[in-house]
Design a protein around this ligand. Structure first.
Ligand code: UDP
Length: 335
């Protein structure tokens, strides 16, 4: 039985991944400090004999005997990662060192959840893995972007120096059930606002673009990547290349929810990337993977999920915990 560690396992992507690994027959240890993750996301796994949850902040070292490590721990929504930017960089960089040291000690394979943010505000589109990016190193997003860039550097240096079996996934915008309603990112914000008939907060003109990948597609890609031969490390873009403007996304969600919401124009946050679209040729070739779920289908499932949690008082009490840190933000559940 494969022993798998998932850091940020109570987050959006992490909790889906834990569920998938358990159903594949692995023994899963989930590390999370619940900064943005939530025990509700892993509630159904807590009693499972092959699942173990440990409250831990990966900016501190830990020793565990495992065969594979998925390193997902970090707040990933701009509003959350900018709240304590120093701790965000520590979580990413020191967390990477601690997980790489652990992988080296116990001879585990290790996958890093990197991000499309390493491309910054890209000057080319679509972004392929050979593009080095356009990042403001001293801006408000740098705590995350530069942290993730440094983590990639560390991963490749551990491969060069210690011959570790590393995998680097550059994860583009991902959405789905089990995102927190307080996540702050565009899909969850717009759906929650639309369902409550509150104003839809479009930042800037709404002409900026993103490409949204449904969570189930992302989980498949991550598991495929982890199990590639050790000669392949990436980096590899994982995402859905279907690009939409934020204004079109707002219109789509208003229509799908039959909402009375109006548009509220808000200031564009500093350094907000103008465009984002993955070139997934490498993923198609190496993983034989491409996303299957189009945005209308993925949004239908996600809207149903938010309808459910908004009408359920159990979830209404859910708040972001400020007392400690780490963990992933992108997180959800298979229905
Ligand atoms: N955005 C918006 N309204 C919101 C939240 C986000 O217009 O309520 C915009 C944001 O400015 C960005 C895009 O939507 O251009 C995606 O933002 P998000 O925070 O989801 O993720 P990012 O890709 O920027 O990390």
């Amino acid at each position: 039985m494969k022993r798998v560690l998932v850091t940020g396992g109570a987050g959006f992507i992490g909790s889906h991944l834990c569920r998938r690994l358990i159903s594949d027959g692995s023994k899963v240890t989930c590390l999370d400090n619940l900064y943005t993750g939530s025990l509700q996301n892993i509630e159904s796994l807590l009693q499972h004999p092959n699942f173990k949850y440990i409250d831990h902040d990966i900016s501190e070292p830990i020793y565990l005997e495992v065969d594979q490590i998925y390193n997902l721990a970090c707040p990933a929504s701009p509003i959350h990662y900018q709240k304590d930017p120093i701790q965000t960089t520590k979580t990413i960089v020191m967390g990477a060192v601690h997980m790489l040291e652990l992988a080296n000690k116990v001879d585990a394979d290790i996958l890093q959840a990197s991000t499309s943010e390493i491309y910054g505000d890209p000057a080319i589109s679509p972004q392929s893995e050979t593009y080095w990016g356009n990042v403001n190193p001293i801006g408000i997003r740098a705590c995350y972007d530069e942290g993730k860039r440094c983590a990639e550097t560390l991963f490749f240096n551990y491969r060069r120096q210690y011959n570790l079996n590393i995998k680097v996934a550059r994860i583009f915008n991902t959405y789905g059930p089990n995102m927190s309603k307080n996540d702050g990112r565009v899909v969850s914000n717009f759906i929650v606002q639309a369902l409550k008939n509150e104003p839809i907060t479009i930042y800037g003109t709404g002409m900026q673009t993103r490409s949204f990948c449904f969570i189930n597609d992302m989980i498949c890609a991550l598991v495929l990547l982890m199990n590639t031969p050790r000669t392949f490390s990436g980096p590899i873009n994982l995402g859905n290349p279907a690009e939409v403007t934020i204004a079109d996304l707002a219109g789509l969600i208003i229509n799908m929810t039959k909402s009375y919401s109006e548009i509220a124009s808000c200031p564009l946050p500093e350094d907000d990337p103008r465009q984002r679209k993955p070139d997934i040729a490498v993923a198609r070739q190496i993983l034989k993977w491409s996303p299957k779920v189009n945005i209308a289908v993925g949004l239908t499932t996600t809207i149903d999920y938010f309808k459910n949690i908004l009408s359920n008082s159990h979830w209404k009490s859910q708040t972001i915990k400020n007392n400690h840190f780490s963990v992933d933000s992108t997180e959800s559940t298979f229905h």
